[in-house]
Design a protein around this ligand. Sequence first.
Ligand code: PHE
Length: 504
Amino acid sequence: MAEINRERWTGRAPFIFAAIGSAIGLGNVWRFPYLTYKFGGGAFLVTYIVGLFLLGIPWMMMEFGMGHHFQKGAPGVFSGIGKKWEWLGWWPSLVAFIIVTYYTVVIAWTLQYTLSSLTVAWGTGQAGAKAAGDFFFKSVLQLSDGPGVLGAPVWSILGLLAVVWVLLFLVMYRGARVIGKASIPLVIIPWVLIIALIIRGITLPGAAEGLNYYLAPTFKGLGNPEMWFAAFSQIAFSLSLGMAGMFAYGSFVARKSDLSNNAAITSFSDTATSFFAGFAVFSLVGFIMQAMNVPIDKVTASGLGLAFVTYPAGVSMMPGANALTGVLFFLCLFFLGFTSAYFLAYGGVITPLVDKFGWNKTKTTFWVCVACFVVGILYTTKGGLYWLDIIDRSMSFYGLLITGALACLVVGWGFGAKKLREHLNATSDIKVGAWFDWMIKVVVPAILLFVVIYGGFMKDLAKPYEGYPMWAASMIWVVLVGTLVIAFILQSAKAKAQKGGETK
Ligand code: PHE
């Protein structure tokens, strides 16, 4: 293993915080709390914790461990297993590339909303609450009638997207050293903000009722496959696995450091963040129910609708600190998203390119930022939201799960799960037993394929995704296959003369 020239984290904390930063993101706020509520609180939490042990932690250990063993990002890892497998590193890397192009657009919206919150631009009181939806779709996004009508970019969003990419460039261009150091405050800030938002939330009238819905101690439904599938796919997404980046993050870890324990710490910190974010969200849901006298199912509690419509509606009606709460909430989302975005771009895209082609890191970072920004323009157009939704299904659902399942199979059977385990045990505080081999060889891939088939194919092949026109919904498959084809092209591309950090 060549050690000398590989870039390094500057210590254990920078690595852990960078990994936590990649894991915590928008999904912790807008999906986990809602799923917990939907599946009856207690039952979902149990399922989620089981899933962490069965799926999340072993899978993260695999990605960290393989990156560390080969001292490479994902494509380098798979070509290390066998030249014919290199595409299996490029595929998730392309998935990461595509995801970050729209993920950053959502981050741009959070900046827009931070500004709009200063004046509560959608209005205060009940009238403001009712106007929140129109404000988002009509004023901010200027949404068109369908995916066939793109229109011009919304200039304010485009401008903010540029700002986001400039900030990302500044964090990334000097590599892991700066990313690690920057991640510590960038993770702690949103944690502090979540605490502030919880305090604001639980002091609102009606909050307790919302929290009763969030954490109802019901355990019915443990036999419901729908719930297991929801928990598993949330774990995969939330831990940012199957995106190539964790291989790179593991590769920056010094030889004498820890992998397994850090995977566990990352997973639990992510889960705790989700759990606490739920208090901020559901206290507000309870407040809205009381203030508008509506039942809970009339209050959207997940996805974009939660972040950009429901929360602002709650802000409108708050008895005080409206603007401040809005600003804190959207800044929180901004930080949560930002640390995931540089993980995708740097770990998922830039590191693999620099590894293979030996390009200059700063220049590669610059051009990747430019390319991502240019592709991102699509999502700033008036039809952008539709495309964001469709491409997200393709990449952050199918892309992540399918590449993850294949990666575990090839590592488990091709490279050898035992060899991976020995590597992990040689580096880590916690030692794992032979059970780990079967997790990687069988359990994790089986779970992922179950989710793909049960939660994906059975729905999307029966009817077009989300009722989009057929031609638009089929882009799910076009993009998925397209990224696979490009992965093979990158595999066959000639690597430049090998430079530092190579094993040759
Ligand atoms: N883990 C992030 C979240 O929960 C989302 C994400 C997924 C980020 C994939 C990067 C890659 O929001």
